[in-house]
Write a protein that binds this ligand. Structure first.
Ligand SMILES: [Zn+2]
Length: 477
């Protein structure tokens, strides 16, 4: 029997609680969950009879993390593109092989990504689902998300057609009618990019989004793909609206940041992605001056992890690294860090909730939805001393330390184990997709796709070398 059967209240006892209403830390504090809500937060709470007790002592209780941009269908190719650039990614998915994905392959990727997110304490993910080239693909994506007890937002997209075309298709309208039903655990957005073509061919897609009342999420400021031109077109035509999510925004001018700030949008920063794919420098250091709300995202597990601990860590690192370099270029020294650990924890929780327009998520307070994470690992030497809980989350903790996860009041992970997940079945589904893709591409193309050519590099001549020991050594090899 599941000790956390539906409807049973749950209390997390004696943890260090991060309510995420500023820098407040509550030690030895209980969090009581009844139904789908947080009922009470405080020391030694009286709880309803029969409540399940979870010992949170020595651990950190924080809101479930929220990822505002992840191409979940691509998780089925986990790690395949580790050495890609953005160009290689575009060639692989957009031009050459993205069309190979069948509905069951989208299902396999979404299922695996959805489970992985829960395991890592990511209770809400915006599935930036741009592989939906038929309604069957879209149904498969939604089916997968609804079969896993996390909170997801299906951001509907299709890289194989211009957005004006697929958003005008009757099948798309039909999908929205059938599947966008106000389910609290499955939200809906529309996902497409704005190329900057002066004729603004994306206009009809924006009009459809407006008519449906759907938020638009768009890759903006991606070097070589989207630029200030797209932002200007959106602005001039009145489509930069509150709630719009600008993904990356890594190679935009101050003028574009002003437009985003003035119109109430937010930026989804994918630092791991921006650092190695080439969209531009992770922009938090630049957008700080514009007061634009930030959320964090992982982009795609075809390269990177699906883990917001690494998002927090790399974002802090990239931001501080840039601050130091900018100062050094002026002969100055940074003596105080501008970006603090609690800020990235905020972006990973409340920032995500704000970005997707859910003010009932992202903080721990009575009345909010009970999406919670307990970070606790008594077997780990990294679990103590617990001195600076925000620093601990940002730099010390990792997904293996995620002890318990609740979504909508339901315990979905406990004592480091996902509940009710048949991982063997998920693995079989992923295996079958990989076998199919390899077969369809051919072994050689598959291997070549995973192992791009390495640019030639030469070790510099060294003026301090007065013997030729290195060439001698080379000759002996
Ligand atoms: Zn992306």
């Amino acid at each position: 029997m599941n000790e956390f059967e539906a409807g049973r209240p749950v209390v997390l006892r004696g943890g260090t609680v991060l309510p995420m209403d500023g820098r407040r830390v509550l030690t030895r504090t209980d969090v009581l969950v009844t139904g789908d809500r947080i009922a009470a937060v405080g020391p030694e709470l009286e709880v309803p009879e029969g409540a399940a007790e979870i010992d949170a002592s020595g651990g950190i209780v924080m809101p479930g993390m929220i990822d505002t941009h992840r191409h979940m269908w691509q998780t089925v190719m986990r790690g395949y593109g580790a050495d890609w650039t953005l160009t290689q990614y575009f060639v692989w998915y957009y031009l050459e092989h993205g069309k190979l994905f069948r509905p069951e392959d989208v299902h396999a990727g979404n299922t695996l990504a959805a489970i992985e997110a829960l395991d890592a304490g990511v209770t809400t993910v915006v599935d930036w689902s741009h592989g939906l080239r038929t309604p069957d693909h879209a149904d498969a994506a939604a089916d997968a998300l609804q079969a896993v007890p996390g909170r997801y937002v299906l951001a509907y997209g299709n890289i194989q057609q211009p957005p004006a075309e697929w958003t005008a298709a009757p099948e798309f309208r039909d999908f929205v009618r059938r599947r966008v039903t106000g389910d609290d655990l499955l939200g809906f957005q529309i996902a497409f990019d704005v190329t900057g073509d002066p004729s603004f061919p994306e206009r009809p897609a924006f009009e459809v989004a407006r008519e449906l009342g759907a938020t638009v999420t768009t890759h903006a400021g991606v070097w070589g793909a989207t630029s200030d031109d797209g932002i200007r077109l959106m602005y001039d035509h009145g489509f930069m609206t509150p709630g719009t999510i600008y993904v990356h925004a890594a190679s935009l001018s101050a003028d574009s940041y002003h437009r985003i700030a003035a119109t109430g949008g937010s930026i989804s920063v994918s630092t791991e992605s921006e650092q190695s794919a080439g969209q531009g420098y992770p922009p938090t250091w630049a957008i700080r001056a514009h007061g634009i709300p930030v959320s964090l995202s992982m982009d795609t597990s075809v390269w990177w992890s699906g883990d917001l601990f690494s998002a927090m860590r790399t974002t802090l690192g990239a931001d501080r690294s840039r601050e130091h370099l900018e100062a050094h270029a002026k002969g100055e020294t940074v003596t105080h860090c501008a970006l603090r650990a609690d800020q990235v924890v905020d972006w990973a929780t409340r920032g995500g909730a704000r970005a997707i327009g859910r003010d009932d998520l992202g903080t721990i307070e009575p009345g909010k939805k009970a999406d919670l994470v307990l970070i606790k690992n008594d077997a780990s030497p990294v679990s103590f001393p617990l001195l600076n809980p925000f620093g601990h989350v940002a730099f010390q903790a990792q997904r293996g330390d995620v002890h318990t996860v609740l979504v909508n009041g339901r315990v979905v992970k406990h004592e480091h184990r996902l509940l009710g997940v048949d991982l063997a079945a998920v693995r079989a589904q992923a295996d079958s997709t990989i076998e199919y893709l390899k077969g369809a591409m051919g072994e050689e193309a598959w291997e070549k796709g995973m192992n791009p050519d390495i640019p030639s590099a030469k070790v510099l001549d060294n003026p301090y070398t007065y013997t030729d020991y290195r060439s001698d050594a080379t000759h002996r090899l």
